[in-house]
Design a binder for this molecule. Structure first.
Ligand code: UD1
Ligand code: MG
Length: 488
């Protein structure tokens, strides 16, 4: 069959009642993608024509699959998998010769397995080829009933199985290859005579056999690939399988992962070799980690770039940020959207950075908020420094030059510019620009009152040993203070 004769049809119109969810089943996520996205991606390398039958929350499902190059057709109402294929028929048109049909809720399927199914179908000149699997627990699935000679007789849905059929461990994956001119007449003959009053695509198998057509079954080498996602427990199982597969791939490619069963790495994440991932790390979305990076326990990184030899210390949260080579981040750092750390920068405990560029070698080691700021190379940001970027109406920029020293507990009220090489005295609230190489001190001048503390301690001690006398004397001193205030 030529590639253009071949179509993929993904059935994704169902609600997924058993998930007990407001969200359509195929939009639930496993391994960091929606279920239906996994299925589309498995098909695409083989053929361009991928048709998704949508229905429940059809518009949302359409939005998930159209960017991947799939087309959609609407099934409304949803009268079963056979009915879904009748709807697909209109969209496929009369020229379509072959179709691989897949459920939108079996996301672990691999391209190579689909290719093998197509080859089996083609080489066997079959009307239908079913992908099957041997499952330890086949409950819930349609069973593949075979003759003693091994030839396929029918698929019997779980609810319709006889006692002996229930013992069959070979299940229908709901992934088939059909020769369409053979399938179409059977679809027209389907009747909703079953527990759900639906048209079942599975019934076409027995029909084809009765018509004397060839029906083949190919067993999946890895039964995990065909797992369907009908319940939350199955969703968790499928997600776990994606994580395990991803961790295994990365380890194969030279990444060290300690306790890989605790690593939550989305399928699209890239990690370079000799990177070390400690337990309970999450790498999410489109994150790209270069080689030689260390990511310590409890860190969560989303849609970010982490470059060579960076160290992400414990419990750091990084979102939509760029982390330069040889930087050190954390422990307990929060880098938010648009944070950029250039080579060798260091950001430490309880530092939050948003939409800010920290130049090469910048240090912000403790307890800071840096937002809408640009900070030149080698600048030292003291503990507790805050860029006051929000004036209650809009966000304002803070520009800090190179080699600046910002003393601890400084508040930089934006918009503001601090010139290269300037010093800011600790505890300053800086509201005006600071020229290069200047010292800015913006705080109350210190007054030392000699002996004050000793005198106070003595008074307290006196009041304890002679309460009445002191209460009289303290009344006197209160009067003295009142007079003094009046004089002012
Ligand atoms: C189906 C098969 C079963 C197989 C199992 C494998 C049927 C009747 N049964 O059962 O033999 O073992 O898959 O996972 O086919 N859908 C539509 N339109 C509809 C109904 C369903 O597009 O009107 C879609 C669903 O969104 C889903 C897929 O078809 O993605 C399969 O439907 P589902 O309800 O999950 O069928 P199962 O009970 O799992
Ligand atoms: Mg299912």
């Amino acid at each position: 069959m030529a590639a253009s004769d071949l179509n993929f049809v993904i059935l994704a119109a169902g609600k997924g009642t058993r998930l007990k969810s407001e969200l359509a089943k195929v939009l639930h996520r496993a391994g960091g993608r929606t279920l239906v996205e996994h299925v589309v991606r498995a098909c695409k390398p083989i053929a361009e024509n991928v048709l998704v039958v949508v229905g429940h929350q059809g518009e949302e499902v359409r939005k998930a699959v159209v960017p991947l190059g799939a087309t959609t057709v609407l099934q409304r109402p949803q009268n079963g998998t056979g009915h879904a294929m009748l709807i697909a028929r209109q969209a496929l048109g009369p020229k379509a010769a072959f179709a691989v049909v897949l459920p939108g809720d079996a996301p672990l399927i691999r391209t190579a397995t689909l290719q093998a199914l197509i080859d089996t179908h083609r080489n066997g000149r079959a009307a239908a080829t079913i992908l099957t699997a041997q499952l330890d627990d086949p409950s819930g699935y349609g069973r593949v009933v075979r003759n003693p000679d091994g030839s396929v007789v029918a698929i019997v849905e779980d609810k319709a199985t006889s006692e002996s059929e229930r013992e069959i461990h070979e299940i229908n994956s709901s992934i088939y290859c059909f020769t369409l001119e053979k399938l179409w007449p059977c679809l027209a003959e389907l009747r909703p005579e079953n527990a759900h009053r639906e048209l079942y695509l599975t019934d076409t198998i027995a029909m084809l056999k009765e018509k004397g057509e060839r029906v083949l079954a190919m067993e999946a080498a890895d039964p995990k690939e065909v797992l369907g996602c009908n319940t939350r427990a199955e969703l968790a199982e499928i997600d776990r399988a994606f994580r395990a597969r991803k961790a295994a791939e990365l380890m194969d490619a030279g990444v060290t992962i300690y306790l890989p069963e605790t690593a939550l790495i989305d399928v699209d994440v890239e990690v370079g070799k000799d990177t070390v991932i400690e337990p309970a790390v999450q790498l999410l979305g489109k994150t790209r980690i270069a080689s030689g990076v260390t990511i310590q326990t409890g860190s969560v990184i989303l849609d970010s770039d982490v470059n060579e030899n960076a160290v992400i210390r414990q419990h750091s949260v990084i979102e939509q940020s760029r982390i330069g080579p040889r930087t050190i981040v954390g422990p307990f750092t929060h880098l938010r959207e648009g944070a950029e750390l250039q080579a060798g920068a260091r950001v430490g405990n309880f530092v939050e950075v948003k939409k800010s560029v920290l130049g090469e070698g910048v240090k912000a080691m403790h307890l800071s908020y840096l937002g809408d700021a640009s900070i030149g190379r080698e600048t030292n940001v003291g503990a507790g420094t805050i860029t006051c970027n929000y004036d209650g109406a809009k966000k304002n920029p803070t520009r800090i030059g190179e080699r600046v020293f910002i003393g601890s507990d400084s508040a930089l009220v934006a918009p503001i510019t601090i010139g290269d090489g300037a010093y800011i005295a600790a505890g300053s609230t800086v509201t005006e620009n600071v020229p290069a190489d200047a010292l800015a001190i913006a705080r109350g001048r210190q007054v030392n009152k000699a002996g004050w503390a000793a005198e106070r301690r003595k008074k307290i001690a006196d009041s304890k040993s002679n309460p009445t006398a002191t209460s009289a004397s303290s009344r006197k001193s209160a009067k003295r203070r009142k007079k003094a205030r009046k004089r002012k």
